[in-house]
Design a protein around this ligand. Structure first.
Ligand SMILES: Nc1ncnc2c1ncn2[C@@H]1O[C@H](COP(=O)(O)OP(=O)(O)OP(=O)(O)O)[C@@H](O)[C@H]1O
Ligand SMILES: [Mg+2]
Ligand SMILES: [Zn+2]
Length: 316
């Protein structure tokens, strides 16, 4: 992250995503650094455990993509499939069933760049694996299961021309074309993304800065500490907050009075669904883990709300 200038909101979002295993959507104009930010996410994730490295190696080996001479994949995978890929390449399967992109990304990051360009059927096949973290592939000889636990990162422009909401450039899309663009994204998929963040164009001051930003290693050490705090709460049963079930959420996400009041206000004001409510609590839980706080405070709820509601304007 040292060579990524500015984009503090996006960096915070990715840091929280790394600690909690939350899925992220980044929205911004061309060239603002979305692809760059996504590709650096593995550098702030904790190193893989030996068990994770073995699992990932097995999948890469079955898929035949293990580079010659490599016996163990030790870096977390970063997969960035093109939007023209088929459902079978995404989920796995086909004539000679092979693990798909979702399994190749196991223990790492799956990056969908230009999200609206993906075929709806391709993003629909992500629904079940995102919930279950395992994919069942049917073949002639029976069913095979491949694990697929990954952080999903998506990127998109705010509209077809790319400049809606831009500080200096005008958007040339009609309101109708703008809405048609964001409407291409599958609702159920969007619903499974806990964090939405804007990645605006850099202003000249930020771009021309020469001092390096905070290096990945420092961010990673905070991520590791936050994960350790969270893991102690569940005695290691859950590796990250993103995996909490509704029952876990009831049990582990207690708010203080001010946090509860803010949540209630937001619930009424934004007409949140029960599912959105749970997602906000999960992200707030992760924010509180950075502060080593068992109780979720108002500022944690505030941050989680911000990370959720930022993109609303692009859908209305
Ligand atoms: N915040 C940044 N700090 C440093 N360099 C940047 C930043 N943003 C963009 N760049 C430079 O611009 C190039 C393009 O950035 P990137 O591909 O990440 O943009 P993008 O947001 O993915 O754009 P698009 O919407 O066109 O895909 C990068 O390779 C990098 O050299
Ligand atoms: Mg890009
Ligand atoms: Zn536009």
């Amino acid at each position: 992250f040292a060579d990524i200038k500015g984009q503090d909101a996006a960096k915070t979002a990715l840091e929280i995503a790394a600690a909690g295993g939350h899925n992220v959507l980044m929205i911004g104009p061309p060239g603002s650094g979305k692809s760059m930010l996504a590709s650096r996410l593995p550098s702030i994730l904790p190193p893989m455990t030996i068990e994770e490295a073995i699992e990932t190696t097995k999948i890469h080996s079955v898929a035949g993509i293990l580079p010659p001479g490599v016996s163990l994949v030790s870096e977390r995978p970063f997969r960035s499939p093109h939007h023209t890929l088929s459902c079978a390449s995404m989920a796995g399967g086909g004539k000679n069933p092979r693990p798909g992109e979702i399994s190749l990304a196991h223990n790492g990051v799956l990056f969908l760049d230009e999200l609206p360009e993906f075929d709806r059927s391709v993003s629909e096949v992500l629904r079940q694996p995102l919930e279950d973290r395992v994919v069942h592939i049917t073949r002639v000889s029976g069913t095979v299961n491949y694990p697929c636990s990954f952080i999903l990162v998506c990127a998109m422009n705010p509209c077809k021309c790319g400049y809606y909401g831009h500080a200096t450039k005008a958007c040339t899309c009609t309101p109708k074309a703008r809405l048609a663009y964001t409407a291409k994204i599958s609702g159920p998929l969007l619903d499974r993304i806990d964090i939405h963040v804007e990645v605006p164009a850099l202003d000249y001051n930020e771009l021309s800065r020469t001092e390096p930003a905070e290096p990945s290693a420092e961010i990673r050490s905070r991520v590791i500490a936050a994960r350790a705090f969270a893991a102690a709460r569940t005695e290691g049963a859950l590796t990250c907050n993103g995996l909490m079930t509704p029952a876990d959420i009831r049990r582990f996400c207690r708010m203080d009075d001010a946090g509860g009041r803010l949540m209630q206000t937001a619930y009424d004001k934004f007409a949140l669904s029960a599912r959105a409510y749970d997602r906000i609590l999960k992200v707030a839980r992760t924010a509180a883990d950075f502060d080593k706080s068992e109780i979720i405070r108002k500022e944690h709820i505030g941050l989680a709300l911000q990370l959720r509601s930022m993109s609303k304007k692009y859908w209305q």
